[in-house]
Structure formats: C-alpha cells, structure tokens
Design a protein around this ligand. Structure first.
Ligand SMILES: Cc1cc2nc3c(=O)[nH]c(=O)nc-3n(C[C@H](O)[C@H](O)[C@H](O)COP(=O)(O)O)c2cc1C
Length: 395
C-alpha cells in the first residue's frame, strides 16, 4: 500500500482509483502538452538561495488576498466537472478549504450547484465565471452566487474557445468519437468498481449544478464539450468586464493572463486581481509557462492589482518560488483534484497539510520567517535563472 508523502503520491492514488478517461481528463493538456510540461519544468528549474543562522524557530505562512485572511497563500482553483472524480467533490473541497482557512473557488461548470456548496460551508467561497452568449443567464448566475454569499468573482478569460486535447479525443470524450472508443470507455468505467459505486452511482454526477438548462445535453463529457462550444461566448472583450462590474459588488479577479499588456488592460477595467495562468496548459499550447512570465507581469502592474499565479504547483516549495517571484498567492488545480479523487475531503486536507509543511521547511531553510517577507532575493541570480525570466520580452 502506498503511504502518500507528497502531492505526487496523491496523483498515483488518484490514477489507480479513476477510470482512464477521467484521469486523463484531469491530467491532460492541449495538443502536444508543451505548455503543460513547461509549467512544471520551469518551476523545477528555479534555484533557491539558502540563508543560514537567522532564527527561523517560528514560521508564519499567513497572508491576505483581496483583504481576506489565508492560513497559507493557496486557493483551490475552479475545476469543471470535478464531481466526476469524487462524490460531490466540490462540496468536499470547499469544506476542506474552509477548515484549513484558504479560499475555495467554484467553477461555472461544477457538478455541485452554488447552493449545494453554500449548504456544505459556512464561510463565503469564490465563484468562477465563463461568459456565455445568453447574458440574462449570466446575470442570473451572478445573482445566485451573490445570494449565496460569494464575495470574490473569478472571471476566466482564456477560454474564448475550448482548447483541443488529444487525450480526450482518444478516450472518446468527444461528440465525434467513434462508437468503439465509447464502448471501451464505458467498460473501463465499470472496471473501476470503487469509483463506479461511490461516485457514478452514489454521487450521481450527471447534471451540472449551475447550468440546469444544459441538463439534457450534459449526459456525458462529450456533450459538455458540445454545450461549451455552443454556449460560451467567443466575442467577449474587456467591455464585458465593465458590464460584469455593474452587477458584481465584490472584488473581481481576471484569470488567464500571460503578459503585462493584458494585465494592465485588466487593471484599466477595474479588476482587483489577475491570475497569471495558462489554464494548466489546457488551452493555447506553446504559450509560455506561468512561472517564466510571472516576474514581468508583477512588475508591469505594480500595486494596481494583486497578482496570483497557477500552473504546475505541486509542492510547498513551488508555492515559495511563485511568491518569491511576485505572486501574492497560488491557485492549485490538479493538486487538490488528486487529493479529492484519492480520499475525498480528507485527501484535500492532507494535500493542503503537505503544502503547508513543505512551505514552512522551505521558508526556514531560506532564512525567511514570514511568507509576506519572501521576495526575489530568495532566488539565485545565476545566469541560468536570468535566462529563464528573460525569455519573454514582449512587454
Ligand atoms: C480538470 C480541470 C478542469 C478545469 N476547469 C476549469 C474551470 O472550470 N474554470 C477555470 O477557470 N479553470 C479550470 N481549470 C484550470 C484551473 O482552474 C487551473 O488554472 C489549472 O488547473 C492550474 O494548473 P495546475 O492544475 O497545474 O495547478 C481546470 C483545470 C483542470 C485540470
């Protein structure tokens, strides 16, 4: 039996438990998965500067994001259809996040509805929006989220159209998939008995909680893709954020920024924060890794908006690197999905615990007592590091 010590171990547990189609759906990226791989490789390439003899007997990992206090600079990223990998996964994730003192962000295309997550929690959670063609529908969604007490809105801007993922096509997650692929997938689902009874039967993840109109279409993942293609609005521009701003009372976070120009445009339309994100390598393949563009984006916006980052965060050490390079906090996507798929709410708590322990040890060995004091001086400025961040000059 595998005793999990790291987030990678939770990945292995999730892989064992999930049907291939679902594991690949979580794991995969767009086209050749270049960006997906570079998100990890570039974080691993960052070298840290050890400092010694600095009294690190007390380490403080608390911080604030948009005025909210976090026990750890980590936010659970919005994950569409997450309730397919664990029973009512969004409610479990939100509960774990609340107990841990970090924000949970619910996806527009979640299995649990806004109201179900509200019932499962007592603290406000964040809500993520995809802009749909039917603005009346979007308005109603935003009103539901505000009525449920959601304070922060994450507006995802990097999915004007859905990125193409070869793994999904091969696994039959496509409206045009051949019958043979669909039959193979159905058998594989039946073979994963624990998942089948606990999640497929027990959790009934066949409806998308917030998009009930799409229920007839939402019979399977292939239909979700079709629905996204039909409903998501590819004509969105910055002016639509102004429209959202009129409806949404709380802070607005723009997720999916990869250069200083777009970050400044987000600040110009009144966003409160940006997430440097390439959607976990799932949208534009060969877009830069997030860690490589983070310092320039942080420089470009200065204090105008808070800068968050996601993509490839799998350890507390990765969190430290991102914060040192200019992120106020990180969103974790796959890391919490592995936890919830492997062990439900407990798995998410364990993943968060691992991140906190690793972050504390890293800070101590960097000679930094408080996460809020961590800065670029914790990064080795060897030539190789400068090359990593000099790759993107566009701004
Ligand atoms: C299975 C899966 C579903 C996702 N669904 C959404 C979504 O509904 N909305 C969104 O804004 N981002 C979505 N994302 C992107 C994540 O919010 C996040 O940006 C990304 O996972 C970060 O990279 P990481 O997984 O390497 O941590 C999804 C990512 C994955 C892996």
């Amino acid at each position: 039996m595998l005793i999990p010590a790291s987030v990678s171990d939770y990945r292995l547990l999730a892989k064992r438990r999930l049907p291939r189609q679902l594991f690949d759906l979580v794991e995969g990226g767009a086209y050749e998965e270049i960006t997906l791989a570079e998100n990890r490789a570039d974080i691993l390439a960052v070298r840290l500067r050890q400092r010694v003899m600095r009294d690190v007997s007390n380490i403080d990992t608390t911080t604030t994001v948009l005025g909210e206090k976090l026990s750890l600079p980590v936010i659970l990223a919005p994950i569409g259809a997450c309730g397919m990998v664990a029973r009512r996964a969004e409610a479990q994730g939100a509960r774990a996040a609340e107990a841990f003192g970090v924000p949970f962000c619910l996806s527009t295309v979640s299995i649990c509805s806004i109201e179900e997550v509200r019932q499962a929690t007592t603290a406000p959670f964040w809500f993520q929006l995809y802009m749909m063609r039917d603005r009346g529908y979007v308005r109603a969604l935003l009103e539901r989220a505000q009525a449920a007490g959601c304070g922060t809105l994450v507006f995802t801007v990097d999915l004007a159209v859905l990125g193409s993922r070869y793994r999904d096509v091969r696994n039959g997650v496509s409206p045009t998939a051949p019958l043979a692929a669909r039959i193979r997938t159905a058998f594989d689902m039946l073979r994963h008995l624990r998942w089948f009874f606990d999640v497929a039967i027990g959790g009934r993840p066949l409806l998308f909680g917030n998009i009930t109109d799409a229920a007839p279409l939402a019979r399977d993942l292939a239909h979700l893709k079709k629905w996204v293609d039909e409903q998501f609005d590819a004509s969105v521009t910055w002016r639509d954020i102004e429209w959202v701003r009129e409806i949404w009372k709380g802070p607005i976070v723009i997720k999916g920024i990869l250069n200083g120009e777009d970050a400044r445009a987000a600040a110009d339309v009144g966003a409160n924060a940006v997430v440097v994100s390439n959607h976990g390598g799932r949208q534009l393949d060969c877009a830069p890794s997030t860690i490589s563009v983070l310092p320039r984006i942080a420089e470009a916006v200065g204090d105008r908006v808070e800068v968050l980052m996601d993509g490839g965060i799998r350890s507390g050490q990765d969190v430290a690197k991102a914060v040192a390079l200019g992120a106020r906090a990180c969103l974790i996507g796959r890391a919490w999905v592995y936890g919830v798929a492997a062990r439900g709410e407990r798995g998410v708590t364990e993943v968060l615990d691992i991140l906190r322990r690793e972050l504390k040890v890293t800070l101590a060995l960097l000679g930094v007592k408080k996460i809020t004091e961590l800065d670029r001086s914790a990064i080795e400025s060897a030539d190789s590091q400068d090359r990593l961040f000099a790759r993107h000059h566009s701004d």
